[in-house]
Design a protein around this ligand. Structure first.
Ligand SMILES: [Zn+2]
Ligand SMILES: [Zn+2]
Ligand SMILES: [Zn+2]
Length: 129
């Protein structure tokens, strides 16, 4: 974690390390509220939001914005390409693997290649059912 921060030009601080560890351990996107719980800290949301924003600009975390309007963050390094499923009731989010690869290899006739894609899944989590 320290090297990751140093390479991106950040000062290595305990809160930053703990933030990245919480995200990395979760292995899925977390909202700011969830991150605060995982870090077991009383740090305020504005400060946390600012450091997440800076880390997102450096590419260390990914900000995942679904239509829920709740910003969620995940640890970006070494994560394979994937998509997200979100609970329409509570905003709970999880990773899903990408099943679009085959379509990308054989695009429609009028296209020479597919350069990117966007894909979101929505549903109800087990807590909301
Ligand atoms: Zn839910
Ligand atoms: Zn993800
Ligand atoms: Zn995909």
């Amino acid at each position: 974690m320290s090297k990751l921060l140093q390479d991106a030009g950040f000062r290595v601080t305990k809160p930053r390390i703990r933030l990245l560890q919480a995200l990395s351990k979760a292995g899925k996107p977390l909202s700011i509220k969830e991150i605060l719980v995982k870090m077991r800290t009383k740090a305020d949301q504005v400060t946390l939001y600012r450091s997440l924003d800076a880390l997102a600009r450096a590419g260390i975390v990914d900000r995942v914005d679904q239509n829920s309007g709740i910003a969620q963050y995940e640890f970006a390094p070494e994560k394979p390409h994937h998509h997200h499923i979100i609970c329409t009731d509570c905003g709970y989010m999880d990773d899903v693997s990408c099943e679009v690869q085959q379509f990308i290899q054989t695009p429609p006739k009028q296209f020479s290649r597919v350069t990117s894609h966007n894909f979101e899944l929505f549903g109800q989590c087990i807590n909301c059912r």
